[in-house]
Design a protein around this ligand. Structure first.
Ligand SMILES: C[S@@+](CC[C@H](N)C(=O)[O-])C[C@H]1O[C@@H](n2cnc3c(N)ncnc32)[C@H](O)[C@@H]1O
Length: 337
């Protein structure tokens, strides 16, 4: 890692600033050392030039098992990676270019890819960036990241590699122009946290594009669906729409690769969705969204309800205005007695 980028990193556990302690470096490139939190409670090693921000140190069982299984096939991973595309007779390059299009990158964008594997997608990201672009590539499985480093370390732009859990990102808020992941999130131990983290580190207005296996629901009861789900049970995973953060806007879901994979694309907003809750709604019922939700007092009998409706009609008021006046007057009178 370049020493000049050390300021970019934050503790994946707390978000606190980290101090770089260099053991060995050459020409501004840190070969070994540590990142430490100021309190010294968390230490993240840098070995062979790659910081390891894996958090929690004791990974959740699902993440540990996933990492172990990818470690065991890392040498052959690239020989197998094109199998899904061959199976579905789809072009891997076309699919990846399409996802990169969705990220709306500029040549000088700062982009994050988590779970980048051996760098198959990162090659497409890099093509869209110029010399002032910045590409941050993260992986949970060190042996896969080694393959990405072989493919991508000699590019004419800043490319920074690190080991990290996609659900605990070692970056400050609003740091990237866009973030991407493809192919692994279905098995992440904490999918909602990963999606929230991606939204947290992307600047408001920036795009997040995530994809993985999930058979289109209309295909579940077809020969195609049954045969392919039998070979790959991950096709039964659901699209994690309910796990999106509240800052997600302009959400789009697509099923690609013959309907066997989904992509979710969203734009990051500054906060939760908002509305004019107090807008007065012109109708017999009257009131606002706010009074309708928060202003309810208690139910009354059918007879009282019918009388109230009659009375508000005679008064030529909306139910909200009539009730507001009647209840307020009655309460005031009661309180002054
Ligand atoms: C099928 S591979 C896809 C690799 C790459 N994104 C691609 O498109 O070729 C899934 C990747 O997700 C990574 N992964 C799994 N769990 C992860 C986690 N919790 N955080 C980050 N990466 C993870 C795996 O190590 C693996 O490289």
């Amino acid at each position: 890692m370049k020493e000049s980028t050390s300021q970019y990193y934050r503790c994946p556990a707390t978000g606190a600033a980290l101090e770089l302690v260099v053991e060995r470096s050459q020409d501004g490139v840190v070969e070994s050392g540590t990142f430490q939190s100021k309190a010294g409670s968390s230490v993240f090693p840098i070995q062979h030039g790659i910081p390891d921000f894996t958090w929690p140190k004791e990974l959740a069982e699902e993440d540990r098992e996933t990492r172990d299984s990818y470690e065991s096939i890392a040498e052959d991973y690239d020989n197998y990676a094109s199998l899904p595309f061959l199976t579905y007779r789809c072009s891997e390059a076309e699919m990846r270019e399409r996802m990169v299009d969705q990220l709306e990158l500029e040549p000088n964008s700062r982009v994050l890819e988590i779970g980048c594997g051996t760098g198959r997608g990162a090659l497409h990201l890099a093509k869209r960036l110029g010399p002032s672009g910045e590409l941050f590539l993260q992986e949970l499985t060190p042996l896969l990241l080694d393959k990405a480093i072989e493919k991508l370390s000699n590019l004419d732009m800043l490319v920074e590699f690190s080991i990290a859990n996609g659900s605990y990102l070692p970056f400050q808020d609003n740091f990237f122009d866009a973030a991407h992941h493809f192919g692994g999130i279905n098995t992440f131990a904490d999918i909602p946290r990963c999606l929230s983290e991606l939204a947290r580190v992307v600047k408001p207005g920036g795009k997040v594009v995530v994809g993985d296996e999930s058979l289109g629901p209309w295909l579940a009861d077809t020969e195609f669906g049954r045969v392919m789900s039998n070979s790959n049970p991950l096709l039964k995973c659901e699209v994690p729409l309910a796990s999106l953060p509240v800052t997600a806007r302009d959400v789009r879901v697509e099923w690609i690769v013959m309907g066997a994979f989904y992509t979710i694309e969203f734009r990051v907003a500054e906060g939760p969705p908002d509305a004019d809750y107090h807008l007065q709604i012109p109708s017999e019922r009257g009131g606002s969204h706010w009074t309708r939700y928060y202003g309810q007092l208690e139910g009354v009998t059918d007879e009282t309800k019918a009388l109230a409706h009659k009375a508000r009609k005679v008064a030529n008021q909306s139910m909200h205005d009539w009730l507001e006046a009647v209840v307020r007057d009655a309460a005031k009178r009661q309180l002054s007695d």
